[in-house]
Write a protein that binds this ligand. Structure first.
Ligand code: NAD
Ligand code: ZN
Length: 359
């Protein structure tokens, strides 16, 4: 029996408006007056003064706007971290503000300030050699659980895989539900469903245990409340979705995700399909594996009048399908969690091809 001994986020502040406390929270971590805090901010906020004007800048502190048109790439991580190393003798901390993409970008840039080579060298499990510097995550979307996880998912030259390490989790997270309030409805749904799917995959998986179940049950209850039971989306919904994301992340920390994530990584690698929407496209077709979860998912889609794209695999070549199948099959722990040790009896290349063709 292998026991996971995993680090958790050291400090958490929660509450509407708590973003205002960021300056006071980070200041004691300043190394010296010259060493800046660097805020990596999703460029969707570039012209949103209501957020940008509240970022607490002092001395050499700096805001860098980063595009999330594509999910984080190793190349971009390497570029930003090498620029920072060239520009400053020391950096006091990295603060990521955005959805899962920007939280992951912040975690990865942080680690590459203190580890040699390319971030692609560290895609995998426990390859990171040195602790990063002080890093803080401030989510503006809720669902991925990236705020609590021990990984940062990157697309590299060869694979899409996280830098999973004990040094990856944030030292501090700032959970302010006001920051997720104005997310576009579709995006809120897709990212929210990432959380819901984490719950289904964790709670029905063979790796399930009381630790994961306690967090998964709570996250599931919150997702059902906000996406199925309530008739209006209000502040209370944002509060609850933010906590659902946190609990969903904690649930998979001690279990694993499953079929939807394995298949969706294939779509993402080949077609660039983003994580939230990709999971929805896949999950919509997974009645066979998750009958109850998919039934409720479809009810949520109907209730919120969300379009789930269809036929995105139409017109792909045999080679394309083979690539997606390779990516999906590489994720062995996900399949084992979903279907048990004999998962290969069910999940053949032919089966995966048939599944992708329905999407
Ligand atoms: P995202 O960060 O990719 O953002 C999606 C879109 O929403 C972007 O266009 C962004 O600009 C916009 N956006 C974000 N916040 C907004 C706001 N408040 N208002 C308006 N627009 C806003 O989306 P996501 O679903 O949060 O994150 C997906 C990423 O998270 C993927 O890269 C995935 O690999 C990663 N992920 C990481 C983990 C982990 O444990 N590290 C887990 C799951 C997913
Ligand atoms: Zn996910």
């Amino acid at each position: 029996m292998e026991f996971k001994n995993f680090p958790m986020v050291s400090k958490v502040v929660f509450g509407r408006g708590c973003f205002s406390a960021t300056g006071d929270i980070i200041e004691p971590q300043r190394i010296n007056p010259e060493a800046p805090f660097v805020f990596l901010v999703d460029d969707v906020f570039e012209n949103r003064d209501s957020l940008i004007s509240r970022i607490p800048l002092k001395g050499n502190d700096k805001i860098m706007f980063v595009s999330t048109e594509h999910e984080p790439k190793t190349q971009v991580v390497d570029q930003i971290s090498s620029d920072l190393k060239n520009d400053y003798e020391a950096v006091s901390g990295i603060i990521g503000i955005g959805g899962g993409s920007m939280l992951d970008m912040a975690k990865a840039v942080d680690l590459m300030l203190t580890n040699p080579g390319s971030s692609a060298d560290y895609q995998g499990w426990d390859l990171v050699k040195n602790p990063g510097i002080y890093h803080v995550g401030i989510p503006t979307l809720a669902g991925t659980g990236a705020e609590v996880s021990r990984t940062t998912v990157l697309s590299g030259p060869e694979r899409k895989l996280g830098m999973n390490s004990d040094y990856t989790p944030f030292h501090q997270i700032v959970l302010d539900p006001e920051l997720i309030k104005n997310a576009p409805k579709n995006q809120r749904f897709y990212t929210g469903m990432d959380c819901y799917i984490h719950c289904v995959e964790s709670l029905t998986g063979t790796y399930l245990n009381a630790f994961s179940k306690s967090y998964g049950d709570k996250a599931m209850e919150l997702c059902e409340e906000v996406f199925l039971e309530k008739d209006v989306w209000d502040d209370d919904s944002d509060d609850k979705l933010m906590m659902a994301s946190y609990h969903g992340g904690m649930s998979i920390a001690y279990s694993q995700v499953g079929v939807a994530h394995a298949v969706s990584y294939g779509l993402s690698f080949l077609l660039g399909t983003k994580h939230g929407i990709g999971n929805c496209i896949v999950f919509d077709q997974l009645e066979e594996f998750y009958p109850e979860g998919v039934r409720k998912f479809k009810a949520m889609v109907d209730k919120h009048e969300i379009d789930i794209p269809k036929n995105i695999c139409a017109g792909l070549s045999d080679d394309d399908f083979e690539k997606m199948i390779d990516v999906a099959l590489f994720l062995e722990p996900l399949w084992e969690n979903a279907l048990g040790k004999n998962w290969r009896d069910t999940i053949t290349r032919k089966k995966l091809r048939d599944m992708y063709e329905t999407m």
